[in-house]
Design a protein around this ligand. Structure first.
Ligand code: GLA
Length: 376
């Protein structure tokens, strides 16, 4: 009952946002700054998008990484709310996917292999015996070609060659970041291929709505629009079951602090070292719908995640361990950030019951995710 009321209110809010969207284009500014060079001498630039509310999103063309995201708290105070490295060198030396575009396949593919049209494709096993986030040199490590769009944004293009990281087909990918005056960071993904392949793109930003480096995220209250999740095995590969969240610590259908149940004696939480699970969104995907809302009580910051994807990975920074010194010298301890990675389900290429991730020549992969910020 309360769910229906909530959904109706959100539809109204979304309609309001859509109505004012056109106004935003003229006001948002894009500034291009040099950020550094890769070891191969490719130049990397930072595109700083800012809107009329002084919200700022800085994105670089190495990995399409969201380097900085400044949003106001309830007093209007701007704070950077994403984890990241101090400079390009920090990113080049390695990091746990801070802010990047993940591809060609976000999350895991079991045993680093899949069969498509009767042909077996072998991928890197870069996560135990499994394949993770596109392999050794995934899209997060690619230098993308960037161009400012007319509509207050930056478009990143990348051609992933046939056979790259073991995947079939030349895949032409475009990812556009747009900042609106409604405090939305909108990410539009598209891709085409010249051979049958699999695609699953996402953004891997680690958020801390109290400010990056400002403690753990356990007090953040989370609502997920998901009645089911995909339970995993010890390698974090989905078992194939779509399990109800009811009566489990994975039930976020009502706003609940991330830390409220994270330490419970629960098999799935133990396997993930906390939350590291794909949730099956009630929308079913294919249309832009509210996936998640997060509220940080101290600063009042609120983030909504809207997506056309059928799933979202909640990852609570369980592998962060204090060995990374990030922006502003901040040390990132365990659970200092959370990710909400909108996606198709992990291991879909090996799970015929899951929504398909196959892309064929003549078809177009399209996906949109909006991170919308407010404070209360
Ligand atoms: C995803 C995975 C996690 C972890 C992080 C990166 O969220 O599901 O298990 O690999 O990426 O550290």
């Amino acid at each position: 009952m309360s769910f229906i009321r909530q959904a109706a209110a959100l539809t109204l809010w979304a309609a309001g946002c859509a109505g004012t969207g056109i106004m935003t284009e003229a006001k948002t500014i894009v500034k291009k700054q040099t950020f550094g060079q890769t070891a191969d001498g490719a130049s990397v630039d930072l595109y700083v998008l800012s809107n009329k509310n002084a919200m700022e999103a800085a994105i670089m063309n190495y990995g399409g990484i969201v380097v900085r995201l400044k949003t106001p708290d309830r007093n209007g105070k701007l704070e950077d709310i994403v984890l990241g490295m101090e400079n390009l060198d920090g990113y080049l030396k390695g990091h746990p996917y801070f802010g990047c575009i993940v591809g060609r396949y976000g999350n895991r593919i079991a045993k680093g292999r899949f069969v498509l049209n009767g042909v077996e494709y072998k991928l890197a096993k870069n996560n135990g015996e499994n394949h993770l986030h596109g392999g050794i040199r995934g899209f997060d490590k690619a230098v993308w070609t960037a161009r400012e769009t007319g509509a207050a944004g930056v478009e990143m293009s990348y051609l992933s060659k046939d056979g790259e990281e073991g995947y079939p087909g030349n895949l032409a990918v475009k990812v556009t970041y747009t900042l609106t005056d409604d405090n939305e960071l909108r990410i539009d993904y598209s891709a085409t291929t010249d051979k049958d392949t699999v695609v699953n793109l996402t953004n891997h930003s680690y958020f801390n709505l109290a400010g990056q480096g400002e403690g753990d995220i356990l007090a953040h209250e989370l609502m997920l629009n998901a009645d089911r999740f995909t339970p995993v095995d010890s390698g974090l590969i989905p078992t194939g079951e779509l399990r109800s969240v009811k009566g489990t610590p994975l039930d976020f259908t009502k706003p609940t602090a991330i830390g409220a149940r994270i330490g419970q004696d629960d098999e799935q939480l133990k396997l993930g070292g906390g939350y590291d699970h794909n949730f099956v969104l009630n929308s079913g995907g294919g249309r832009l719908a509210l996936a998640a809302r997060v509220h940080e009580p101290r600063t009042g910051r609120v983030m909504e995640v809207w997506t056309t994807e059928p799933g979202v990975q909640l990852y609570t920074g369980n592998f962060l361990d204090g060995t990374i010194r990030g922006k502003g010298g901040k040390v990132y301890q365990r659970r200092y950030g959370f990710c909400l990675e909108t996606q198709h389900f992990p291991d879909s290429p090996n799970q015929p019951e899951f929504p398909t991730t196959v892309l064929k020549p003549g078809g177009r992969y399209e996906s949109t995710t909006i991170f919308k910020f407010a404070a209360k």
